[in-house]
Design a binder for this molecule. Structure first.
Ligand code: GLA
Length: 719
């Protein structure tokens, strides 16, 4: 990471300069006061940060620890080797350096030391100039004693405002990523996950906080944050009576006192922060730009249109069915066919959810020719072949017979199998390096044998509200869920290095694992098993606050919907799916020729606009959470093209035709408006006409529909 050693600034009583961690437009400023590290400001970049030294009295503890006297939420609590539960950290030094391989990134590292024990705390910051994102993390190094880290924040942020408005995501499996915005009252609000290996079905570890007033899409000061961690997390927001706000973000300390052996180092996950002086939309675009440049696999690769077999055939298929599906996927214009669950297991065939996980050998009865015929057919039809795996899990299988010691389970108790929707499956202990090798080998083994597999959907369908590792010693059980996630990341790391061009989809019973930690090893995610287009308007609206459309798999499915039994028009289903990474999730054989024609025409049209959707800037226009319709527009980076969506979610007798008032266009250019996937009549009287960006952003165009589940997609081309 570090080539030339940067100059180290060491502690001298009250003469340490301001530590300025800056991006193009934002800054996090820290000062040292009597050897105590304090945070002065996070928000807009200031012209002369040296002045923070004159107002050191306004700064607040940057990383408060238990034992330092701070009565608020605390960033760190350690039990030292001799049982002392207090810590005192003194600023020792800091250094900053430009990333040797990327001029857009600047690193800063601050060293703090315990005043009585050989324990060092490092705070590391990675500033991404253009995207205005600052990542922060903390490390603990224990040089001579075994310690227990009882809680440790990746980020501890002090905010100052007269009021705070929190926007965050909440939900449940099949109801993921709903947006909730509320004024924070005094007290501590905690959102967390205690589910072990799934983390985002319920609360998500991403947030936006508007300062002073509720923010609009284009107005208001907003701080955004996203914890990059795929395990138990805790986000807490404390507002005191003096209107101070303390944001704590990190691994959930719940049942997770982490034993760090003498000489060891513990690194927290990264927290990504961003700031916007002009509304929530900019927070979104900062996260999207940063994620598309630095986090997603192959961030600039246009995502192909997929046809996934799950809702179409479930586990009930044979070779002939799949060959036919591959053909029909190609006919529709899909670019990858994904064979979902049900293809493996012989002694314990995977004919239902209760068997087979762990035995990743192809089921000979169902698929006598293995994947060979599928790959040949896909190749002949010019599309990719992909598969589903769930390699972290096990249920009755030969693996379970051979390696009961690899399974996470509390000793002397029956495993918790009665939990709803847990599919008789258990979790393999990824804190164990042998299990890590096994999981890597599952992926590697399949890909080595079938190098033409171009897409893998990686699922994780169980959570765990208890734990027990047969690998870790009894007095280190608190380490399990942390070492599990680190073990998972090390497996991902090996896989992505070896197979950088294999598209990997992140799935966990739908959107149970959507965070920027896991996303750093995937191309895309499956936001929800609920493919009902009406619910998807809300889910995708929510999750796209933090994650870009190119990663948001959105599939056209059959009706009645397999989750909700809801029936929505095909056009609506297509239009909603087009606003993300378009795909198809149905059995083409069950569709009418006319429906198939509509879908294939929509796929062809999507291919002409997807670059704008997948790589452009998202501007949200009307929120379905605040009105009876949703509208948004993706604008290409050069503002020469845009694609706008409008979805009516509810019928109201008092509803006027929705008006789309645009954002993000070039006011001085003239845009011609056309329609994608048109219905029987034009979606707007303005189709076929041209307007300046200025006019479209000040007046907008009206649509021609108002009933629930009516929709339109408009294309804008600058002349
Ligand atoms: C999970 C996923 C689904 C599907 C099934 C297969 O529920 O979210 O998309 O892959 O598993 O069992």
């Amino acid at each position: 990471m570090l080539l030339a050693l940067p100059a180290i600034v060491c502690a001298q009583k009250n003469s340490t300069p301001v530590i300025a961690i800056e991006t193009d437009a934002t800054g996090l400023y820290l000062v040292v006061d009597e050897l105590c590290l304090k945070q002065s400001h996070y928000g807009a970049r200031v012209a002369d940060p040296g002045q923070f030294l004159q107002v050191r009295d306004m700064a607040r503890d940057a990383y408060p620890v238990y034992g330092s006297g701070n009565p608020n939420e605390l960033a760190l609590a350690i039990t030292h080797g001799n049982g002392n539960v207090t810590t005192m950290l003194a600023y020792k030094s800091h250094r900053s350096w430009d990333d040797p391989s990327d001029g857009n990134i600047k690193w800063t590292e601050i060293t703090l030391e315990d005043t009585a024990y050989p324990v060092t705390v490092l705070l590391t910051y990675k500033a991404f100039a253009c995207e205005n994102v600052i990542q922060t993390m903390a490390s603990v190094v224990s040089r001579q004693q075994r310690i227990t880290i009882n809680s440790i924040a990746s980020c501890y942020l002090n905010l100052k405002s007269s009021a705070y408005y929190l926007s965050r995501l909440y939900g449940a499996p099949g109801f993921e990523s709903n947006l909730l915005s509320e004024r924070m009252s005094e007290g501590i609000k905690v959102f967390d996950s205690k589910r072990g290996v799934r983390n985002s079905h319920y609360d998500n570890q991403s947030f936006m906080i508007a300062l002073e007033n509720p923010a609009g899409e284009l107005t208001g000061e907003v701080v955004g944050g996203a914890l990059c961690w795929t395990g138990n997390f805790r986000m807490s927001y404390q507002v005191d009576v003096m209107h101070n706000c303390y944001v704590w973000a990190g691994i959930n300390p719940y049942q997770a006192g982490y034993v760090l052996l003498e000489g060891g180092r513990f690194d927290t996950p990264w927290m990504a922060l961003t700031y916007s002086p002009s509304g929530k939309g900019e927070i979104t675009r900062n996260f999207h730009d940063w994620g598309r440049k630095y986090m997603l696999n192959e961030p600039q690769r246009i995502r192909p249109v997929a046809l996934n077999s799950w809702e179409g055939v479930g586990m009930d298929f044979d070779q002939k069915t799949i060959l036919e599906m591959i053909d029909r996927a190609a006919d529709l214009g899909a670019e990858v066919f994904v064979l979902d669950d049900g293809w493996f297991g012989n002694k314990y065939p995977r004919n239902d959810e209760r068997n087979g996980l762990g035995d990743w050998d192809i089921n000979k009865k169902k698929l006598p020719d293995g994947f060979t015929k599928f790959i040949e057919r896909a190749r002949a039809r010019g599309i990719m072949f992909g598969i589903w795996i769930e390699p972290e899990m096990v249920n009755p299988s030969q693996l379970a017979e051979k390696h009961p010691d690899w399974i996470v389970k509390a000793p002397d108790r029956p495993p918790l199998m009665h939990l709803s929707r847990q599919r008789s499956q258990q979790i393999l202990d990824l804190s164990n390096p042998r299990v890590q090798d096994f999981v890597f080998d599952v992926f590697d083994g399949i890909l080595k044998q079938n190098p033409e597999i171009g897409y893998v959907k990686w699922d994780a369908n169980r959570y765990a509200p208890d734990h027990g590792s047969q690998y870790l010693p009894p007095d280190m059980q608190g380490n399990l869920w942390i070492d599990y996630v680190k073990g998972l990341y090390s497996v991902y790391e090996r896989i992505v290095k070896k197979y950088p061009h294999t598209i990997i989809q992140l799935c966990s019973s739908g959107g149970g694992r959507v965070d920027w930690g896991a996303m750093g090893y995937h191309h895309e995610f499956w936001p929800s098993d609920n493919t009902d287009a009406l619910q998807r308007v809300y889910t995708q609206w929510g999750i796209n606050h933090f994650f870009p459309a190119m990663a948001t798999s959105a599939h056209i499915s059959q009706v009645p919907n397999h989750t909700t039994s809801g029936v929505t028009p095909l056009k609506f289903r297509i239009d909603v799916a087009m606003s993300g990474r378009l795909g198809v999730e149905l059995q083409p054989r069950d569709m009418t020729p006319e429906e198939l024609k509509t879908i294939s025409s929509a796929i062809a049209q999507y291919k002409t606009i997807r670059e704008v959707i997948q790589l452009g800037d998202l501007y949200r226009l009307t929120s379905p959470y605040e009105d009876n319709f949703a509208s948004m527009v993706y604008v290409s980076k050069d503002r020469s093209q845009a694609v706008a969506f409008c979805f009516v979610t509810k019928y109201s007798p008092a509803q006027d035709y929705p008006v789309i008032r645009f954002s993000g266009l070039d006011p001085n250019r003239t845009y011609a408006i056309s329609e994608i996937n048109p219905g029987k009549s034009n979606g707007s009287p303005s189709v076929g006409k041209s307007f300046t960006g200025d006019f479209l952003m000040k007046n907008g165009i009206r649509t021609t529909f108002w009933r629930a589940c009516e929709s339109a997609v408009f294309r804008l081309n600058a002349k």
